[in-house]
Design a protein around this ligand. Structure first.
Ligand SMILES: [Zn+2]
Length: 153
C-alpha cells in the first residue's frame, strides 16, 4: 500500500464504513488526550437555522460553529453511538478528546447528539453505526476489505 498523506502528523483520511470519508488516527491517543479542535465560522443559532447543513455544531444557546470550511479536518469525523471521542465545549470552542485509548489506524468517531440523529434533514435513513445496524456495518466493513474499523498502517 502506498504512503497515505498524513495531516498534522496525527490523522489520515480514508473511506469509512459509515459512508464517504472518515478521519483516522495516525498515532495512538491515550484515554482523555486532546485529539482535535472542531473549527469553523462562529455564527448565531438563528443564522445556523437559516443555513442548515451537516456541519453545524451548536456550542450553546446562542452560538454555533459552522464547520463546513476546508480547514476543519474534524468535519470528517463520523457519528457513532459507541464513539471513541467525546466533544467538550470550552470557552466557546469545541475540542474532541479520546473517550478511551485509541490505537493508530482506528477511525475517530463522536456522538453527534440527539438533535442531529432525530432530524431527517441530517440523518434521513437513521443511524447505521455498529450499534444501531451491526449487520449493515459488518457488510460495509467487508466491502472495504476490513474485519474491524481500522486501517492497515
Ligand atoms: Zn447508532
Amino acid at each position: 500500500m502506498g504512503r497515505r498523506r498524513c495531516y498534522e502528523g496525527k490523522f489520515y483520511l480514508a473511506r469509512s464504513p459509515y459512508g464517504g470519508l472518515g478521519l483516522y488516527a495516525a498515532v495512538p491517543f491515550g484515554r482523555g488526550a486532546f485529539v482535535i479542535e472542531y473549527t469553523g465560522e462562529r455564527i448565531s443559532n438563528a443564522e445556523a437555522d437559516r443555513r442548515g447543513g451537516r456541519y453545524l455544531f451548536e456550542v450553546d444557546e446562542r452560538w454555533t460553529i459552522d464547520g463546513r470550511g476546508r480547514g476543519n479536518l474534524a468535519r470528517y469525523i463520523n457519528h457513532s453511538c459507541r464513539p471513541n471521542c467525546v466533544a467538550e465545549v470550552v470557552e466557546g470552542r469545541i475540542f474532541l478528546f479520546a473517550k478511551r485509548a485509541i490505537a493508530a489506524g482506528e477511525e475517530l468517531t463522536y456522538d453527534y447528539g440527539e438533535e442531529y440523529l432525530s432530524d431527517p434533514a441530517t440523518m434521513p435513513n437513521g443511524c447505521h453505526c455498529e450499534v444501531c445496524d451491526p449487520e449493515g456495518f459488518a457488510r460495509a466493513l467487508e466491502s472495504l476489505g476490513r474485519r474491524e474499523n481500522r486501517l492497515p498502517l
